[in-house]
Design a protein around this ligand. Structure first.
Ligand code: ATP
Ligand code: MG
Ligand code: MG
Length: 351
């Protein structure tokens, strides 16, 4: 059987490994950190740094195709791997999603709506950006942000100096605050031959910058639902994408606004594990392995809730409930703000 290489050994790599095993593949994880959650279920783990060219080459030689569970992989590591094996999703999707400025420019070029934005490298840029965009606004680092980290809100222009300080010299982007009714995401997949399959959009609720829950179906009009799916398909096609992507959207009175894209399986797609016959993890493995796309039809209404830090204390109660499916990541240590698992609660048959 074929072996799938995965960069990153967190919960996404773990759940990808489980799905891959079910389809008869082996997985080989590349992860610098100790005790990766994916290590318990993968066939093999390489613990090495992304600077270690020899380890990267040996990893690539040992697998048939390489995918990843996070987007901030150093370019040099990607170059080393790509000289030996294909990387799916491809480099363009990574380049676009690694940098919020490039991402916004890509989306705007496609004719899609985003928050108003401007690049900010220094005080002069910031003053110009505030003059153009106004407040409230959000200053974000262009790279490496996740779970709301690397972001500062400017309620008034006078907050600019403090916000810029918090960027610590990193290149940033100022975004106007979008007034949205709800946040949704579309989990979309594109196969090697170009077929696109989308899951139903779910409503996302965040707390302190971290995703708390995703509920499907999202309360949307038929037109909004269609718009969301068409928009996601356009993004995937433009990138010649292969794999699953998470597309985060704001639903506003004047239509859908794209927040960001993630070139991988996505936390807001975890509901598919218990809401669909083929979940996002299997769909991603199918895509990168060149299989046909599975049927993403939703059979149940689901509320996915992340179990963060001490939420783990609720596991015994949740385990006793007939409507809850638990997914625990097996992380060595509970820490505040750390995603330890999630629970999919079945609300009923697909409505
Ligand atoms: P993730 O963990 O999803 O990768 P992230 O750290 O990349 O998150 P964003 O998705 O950019 O951060 O922002 C986190 C949340 O902050 C969004 O889901 C949304 O609730 C809010 N937010 C971000 N940008 C805007 C904006 N321009 N207007 C309104 N709300 C915003
Ligand atoms: Mg993000
Ligand atoms: Mg986000």
């Amino acid at each position: 059987g074929a072996t799938i290489g995965i960069l990153g050994g967190g919960q996404l790599g773990r759940m990808l490994s489980v799905a891959a095993a079910r389809l008869g593949f082996r997985t080989h994880i590349f992860e610098p950190g100790a005790e990766p959650p994916a290590g318990h279920v993968a066939h093999r783990v390489t613990t090495a740094s992304y600077e270690d060219a020899a380890a990267l080459a040996a990893f690539a030689e040992a697998v048939d195709v390489v995918s990843y569970e996070f987007e901030n992989i150093p370019t040099t590591a990607l170059d080393a791997i790509e000289a030996i094996r294909p990387i799916r999703p491809g480099r363009r999707a990574l380049a676009v999603s690694q940098d919020r400025l490039i991402e916004k420019a890509f989306l705007t070029d496609l004719g899609l709506a985003t928050a108003p934005f401007a690049a900010v490298d220094d005080e002069v840029d910031l003053a110009e950006a505030i003059a153009e965009i106004g407040t409230p606004a959000i200053l974000k680092t262009r790279r490496f942000g996740y779970d709301g980290k690397g972001q500062e809100r400017l309620l008034v222009p006078e907050h600019g100096a403090r916000a810029l300080n918090a960027m610590d010299g990193a290149p940033a982007i100022l975004e106007g605050v979008v007034e949205f009714g709800q946040e949704i995401s579309v989990i979309a997949a594109r196969g090697l031959t170009g077929e696109v399959a989308c899951y139903d959009p779910g409503t996302n609720v965040h707390r302190e910058g971290i995703l708390r829950s995703t509920t499907v179906p999202a309360p949307l009009t038929a037109a909004q639902r269609t718009d969301a799916v068409i928009l996601a398909g356009r993004i995937l096609n433009a990138l010649h994408y292969v794999g699953v992507m998470g597309v985060e959207l704001f639903v506003t009175e004047s239509g859908l606004v794209v927040n960001e894209i993630a070139p991988r399986v996505h936390n807001s797609g975890h509901w598919t594990q218990d809401g669909c016959v083929i979940d996002q993890f299997e769909q991603h493995i199918r895509a990168i392995a060149g299989w046909p796309m599975g049927d993403g039809t939703r059979h149940s209404d689901i509320e996915m809730e992340n179990l963060i830090g001490d939420d783990m204390d609720r596991v015994p109660d949740l385990a006793a409930r007939p409507d809850c499916a638990l997914h625990i990541y097996g992380k060595a240590e509970v820490k505040p703000g750390r995603k330890m698992g999630h629970v999919n609660r079945r609300l009923g048959p697909a409505g």
